[in-house]
Design a protein around this ligand. Structure first.
Ligand SMILES: [Zn+2]
Length: 161
């Protein structure tokens, strides 16, 4: 038996639970099932939120207008995951990015695939790649991948990072 102090141990925990989506999220997920990304627009400042918000956090008014957006977007910032961790779905290295989907004003946190992580860059144009079987979850967009369009300048998205 070692005299070394115990500094770490595994304690597997499992918790099954059900989340009831609100009406705005439910609308969003129904559109995901159709292979469509649909945000919500603020009637005052005209900002489009994706995922949609029930109210604009800037204006404090209810968002009612649904807007189909994408499927293309721009990487506004990213992080490369190089280390494995428990529960990880993808094998490192891979990139997580804020993608400003065309037609929206708020970046969406997602994964960028089909791209060498060393080729990742801000301003890179990407498109959504959908799963073969769509489910009511944002994971139905498997990842975003480079779409071949030229990069855009930082100034074109810097107000939405
Ligand atoms: Zn607003």
């Amino acid at each position: 038996m070692s005299d070394d102090p115990v500094t770490r141990f595994k304690a597997p925990v499992r918790l099954d639970y059900t989340v009831t989506a609100g009406s705005v999220t439910a609308d969003f997920l129904r559109e995901i099932l159709k292979g469509r990304l649909v945000g919500r627009r603020c009637p005052d400042c005209r900002c489009v939120y994706l995922p949609p918000r029930s109210a604009c956090p800037t204006c404090g008014v209810i968002t009612t207008e649904q807007i189909e957006v994408g499927p293309n977007g721009t990487v506004t910032t990213f992080s490369v995951i190089r280390f494995p961790f428990e529960g990880q779905v993808l094998e490192p290295p891979y990139a997580c990015a804020h993608v400003l989907v065309d037609g929206t004003d708020t970046p969406l946190l997602h994964i960028v695939g089909n791209c060498d992580v060393d080729d990742m860059r801000m301003g890179m144009r990407v498109r959504a790649v959908w799963a073969e079987e769509l489910k009511p979850t944002l994971a139905s967009v498997r990842y975003f991948e480079p779409n071949g369009e030229p990069d855009v300048t930082y100034d074109s998205f810097s107000g939405h990072v």
